[in-house]
Design a protein around this ligand. Sequence first.
Ligand SMILES: Cc1cc2nc3c(=O)[nH]c(=O)nc-3n(C[C@H](O)[C@H](O)[C@H](O)COP(=O)(O)OP(=O)(O)OC[C@H]3O[C@@H](n4cnc5c(N)ncnc54)[C@H](O)[C@@H]3O)c2cc1C
Length: 378
Amino acid sequence: MHDADFLVIGGGIAGISVAAELARSGSVRVLEQESHLGSHATGRSAALYAPSFGNDVIRRLTAASGAFFGNPPAGFADHALVRPRGVLHVVSGRQQDLLRSARREWLGAGIEVEQIDPRLARQWVPALRLNYLVAALHEPGALDIDVDHLLQGYLRDLTSRGGSVSRRCQVSSLRCERQQWRVVTTGGEFRARVVINAAGAWADQIAQLAGVARLGLRPLRRTAVIFAPSPHEHVTAWPAVTDLAGTFYFKPEAGKLLASCADETLSEPCDAAADEWDVAVTVERVQQATDLTISRIEHRWAGLRTFTIDRSPVIGFDPEQPSFFWFAGQGGYGIQAAPAMARAAAALALRVAWPEDLAELRLHPAEIARDRPGIASF
Ligand SMILES: Cc1cc2nc3c(=O)[nH]c(=O)nc-3n(C[C@H](O)[C@H](O)[C@H](O)COP(=O)(O)OP(=O)(O)OC[C@H]3O[C@@H](n4cnc5c(N)ncnc54)[C@H](O)[C@@H]3O)c2cc1C
């Protein structure tokens, strides 16, 4: 039996980042069912940091994470965590209203975007069809994230602060007796004062095992593909391109293009696999908007983006079980908002003062978990 102050269930970016923050103040162990960390949603993302993405809560958490990505703490990373990418938000014929309302909303939220002439958009991404593209917004602050480097940085912080990770430890039962959790896994038994539920798509299942009411989390499958552009397309410096109606996006990835039809298909928690229909829809939508010829898909995959009903993450102790802490519902933004979310979660789990440098989040701690029956923070 191994004891710790905090047992974190889930070795994706959520679990590893919050574990690293908690390890400053207590003993921490992460339990991960797989043999590799980040092998579910975290290792399957599009690796974008885009300040405009998500709802208002996500946008504030993303903005509050920007300084970390640009200037990580000494020793965290031996090369840059992010590189400039930019996003071109494009609209076709009948969607001009979308562009006006998005522009108003983002400028109001302090996000840098500028409307650009479709001809300029085509200079940047020559494959865009002029008869498809009627207008575009450029978001220069979007970045590519080196996700593995981010994960490894947090892992190094965790272990250097005395924390540990137990892989191949699938949690199969959790029981709280006399203010101590007893957690049974396929790799042994563990005890802790506090359980942190960072199990991604499985977070509701973990709650059920612990006798805690589920939140009704919705794991939504998203499919992605990689294809090689034709040799005359020099794509490396292209911005990411996403249509404002949310029906597809593509972005350069190691000299090739990563694309998705931005699907959101409700799924059970599982090792998600690409759906052939969604692959075909991706190809069709990218080819409708561009002159790109996609003759062969080199790689396809899918991952689960897990949302709460209002699409804001859940960060806080369960009111019915005060030693069970939720860190779930990161949706499609769990990488780009990870640094601020991990610090916010650690402050709440440790019941210490809200970090001063997150004051500009303008979120009262309890507000993060607002509107969710049964969930409160401080
Ligand atoms: C195609 C795609 C594109 C995306 N693009 C972006 C993007 O551009 N930018 C961005 O910020 N985000 C993006 N995301 C979202 C991002 O990947 C997620 O928000 C984030 O990875 C969630 O991290 P997590 O740690 O909560 O989940 P996960 O990485 O899924 O980690 C949860 C972990 O819990 C473990 N676990 C579950 N049950 C148990 C158990 N019983 N016992 C032990 N361990 C257990 C799992 O094995 C898993 O490793 C994208 C996602 C997808 C699928």
